[in-house]
Write a protein that binds this ligand. Structure first.
Ligand SMILES: [Zn+2]
Length: 228
């Protein structure tokens, strides 16, 4: 009996779960947690052609622009319980950053130098499926990330948000957990899903744990061999 439970837990742990892309990490802390997302000039203020997001999506039924999409994607990451990572839009005028709709007001160009993710459109004939992300690393630190999104994604809010969320997951440090469907980072997630899923959130909490979160605790999934 105990052997079977042990086998089940071991099998579950080895079959599922987020994967990390790199050992490097962003130099952010819970007290200073922001990474800025900067659109290339050809991506600003574009209205996405069709809103095909599911009815449960926070932007369902609304006109979606590249700006409103970015704010809602950043909010999705920022709302992950127990993860201190904060995304904010890179200010249009870095000299007068103002208060962002998401993230915080701590922007300075100097601070953002090694904490910016660049997002650009690219030609639809590029070989990758929808988008790509490439990390810029120095030693054990991530000091930048560049995301390319196919231009034809501006025709569909679902494609745009799904792809940008996935690529921002890579920029955060997550890889593809292909054994689970409960991750926007997996190639096998439901194609109607556009937002972070439970496995992605677990990965973010692992990478950016708020104080008091014990991410090394062994998961028991409610099973225990100990007598109560
Ligand atoms: Zn990917």
């Amino acid at each position: 009996m105990h052997y079977k439970i042990f086998f089940f837990i071991t099998a579950f742990l080895t079959m599922s779960g987020f994967k990390l892309l790199t050992k490097s990490k962003w130099e952010i802390t819970e007290a200073d947690p922001t990474i800025w997302i900067k659109y290339c000039s050809d991506m600003t203020n574009i209205t996405i052609g069709k809103n095909d997001l599911s009815s449960k999506d926070p932007l369902s039924g609304q006109t979606v622009t590249t700006e409103t999409a970015l704010i809602s994607i950043a909010k999705n990451f920022n709302d992950v319980n127990s993860s201190y990572l904060r995304f904010a839009s890179y200010p249009a005028d870095p000299a007068n950053p103002g208060t962002p709709e998401v993230g915080d007001s701590t922007f300075t160009a100097e601070k953002a130098k090694n904490r910016t993710i660049d997002v650009c459109f690219t030609d639809p004939s590029s070989p990758f499926q929808g988008g790509s992300a490439s990390l810029d690393e120095a030693g054990d630190s991530i000091i930048g990330c560049t995301i390319l999104i196919k231009k034809n994604h501006k025709k569909s809010a679902k494609d745009f948000i799904r792809t940008l969320t996935h690529e921002l997951g890579h920029c955060s440090g997550l890889d593809h957990p292909q054994e689970t469907r409960n991750a926007i980072m997996s190639y096998f997630s439901d194609s109607d899903e556009a937002r972070l899923m439970i496995d992605d959130k677990m990965g973010l909490v692992y990478l950016f744990p708020k104080a008091g979160v014990d991410v090394k605790e062994q998961a028991s999934f409610g099973l225990s061999c100990a007598t109560k």
